[in-house]
Design a protein around this ligand. Structure first.
Ligand SMILES: [Mn+2]
Length: 367
């Protein structure tokens, strides 16, 4: 059957128009994940501009850190304005919240907004279903990137892009970067993602994109790679590596190390984890999964291997080819002396190995 060029999802787009019309002239908060990536940032930017056409003013807010060097470069080069949450943040001034590239769960920001009485209004995302609050408008499709969904809105005329408009060029460049990073440089892209990328190519600025991509690996990432290489365990084409304790702002080292380890031959899946300070007193085991194996669903794999917390929420989840998890250490958090740190790390390693490799063992027997 010859592949047909798919038209953007007309129904979703009409609903989106109606949704924005209903909320004309309001003030919204765009919630992106705690560690915003290019897909989330660019999609949020697109939402801000589209919603602006309806007199809606929106702020892009996150409650975490932009720490991956490429993401810092994206924000700097494309002059994206985002607000990092602080206790002074006036949440009550917003009429509603829009969740982009996430479904409210696993964001530290949503509980704070909820407390201030902010209504959940919309979800636009490409991750598999994660529960989360009921919203008026939801466009959740398993595409390569949320940026593809927003490009479809734009293609349908919700925003008239002009090559001479600097804001538009920056937006197109950002969306292209979002699609690229979430599809492993288009290797995992679907037809819809390619169509979106082709459209964006007419408006983007390749010099700007080059500037963002030209960012090199930081020293700390190199150290993480070194640590991972010397401690990694390999079973059935899976690499599992723990890189020890990380400062909060170095959390983004984990996915970068995972990306690197996936370049090794005969390896199709990588899980990298570390222990990260999440606030003044708490620590969490934070991990990233990367996979080039088409039959492996990171979402199912992580949900299955790690299970749920006492409230029934999964510790991890994902999309195609990538996933992540965060498991609070709770009572075990904190540091007293080197011995305590070492013992705790050994325990973490043992537990994660048991859960991840144990899951693989069970799988092998089953097939
Ligand atoms: Mn994404």
């Amino acid at each position: 059957m010859p592949p047909e060029a798919k038209e953007p999802e007309k129904k979703a787009i009409d609903e989106f128009r109606a949704f924005l019309e209903n909320h004309r002239d309001e003030k919204h908060v765009i919630v992106i994940q705690d560690y915003p990536d290019p897909d989330a940032i660019s999609s949020a930017l697109a939402h801000q501009l589209i919603a602006g056409e309806y007199g809606i003013s929106s702020d892009i807010v996150y409650c975490g850190e932009v720490s991956h060097p490429e993401n810092l470069a994206l924000v700097r080069v494309l002059e994206v304005e985002m607000i990092s949450w602080t206790p002074e943040f006036e949440a009550a001034s917003y009429d509603g919240a829009i969740f982009i590239d996430n479904q409210a769960v696993n964001t530290t920001l949503w509980p704070k907004l909820q407390e201030a009485g902010v209504k959940p209004l919309a979800v636009v995302d490409h991750h598999s279903m994660q529960g989360g609050p009921q919203v008026e408008y939801c466009d959740r499709r398993p595409l390569g990137a949320t940026a593809t969904i927003y490009t479809e809105y734009i293609r349908d005329g919700m925003l008239e892009l002009e090559s001479a408009n600097r804001t538009h060029t920056r937006l197109a460049t950002a969306l292209m970067h979002g699609i690229r990073t979430d599809t492993a440089n288009l290797v995992n892209a679907r037809q819809e993602d390619f169509v979106a990328a082709a459209f964006l190519s007419r408006f983007m600025n390749s010099n700007l994109l080059g500037e963002i991509l030209g960012v090199k690996r930081s020293n700390r990432v190199m150290e993480g790679i070194e640590k991972a290489l010397s401690t990694r365990r390999q079973v059935n084409h899976l690499t599992l590596a723990g890189i020890g304790y990380l400062r909060r702002k170095d959390r983004d080292i984990i996915p970068q190390v995972a990306d690197f380890l996936l370049t090794e031959e005969d390896v199709h899946t990588v899980v990298v984890y570390g222990v990260v300070m999440t606030d003044e007193t708490g620590e969490s085991i934070v991990g990233s999964l990367r996979s080039s194996k088409l039959t492996l669903s990171p979402d199912e794999f992580l949900k299955d291997a790690l299970g749920v917390d006492s409230e029934g929420n999964h510790y991890g989840g994902g999309r195609r080819n990538a996933g992540g998890f965060e498991i609070p250490l709770g009572f075990m958090s904190g540091s007293y002396d080197d011995e305590y740190d070492q013992l705790k790390w050994q325990l973490v390693e043992k537990k994660i190995q048991q859960m991840i490799l144990g899951k693989l063992g069970a799988k092998d027997k089953a097939t």
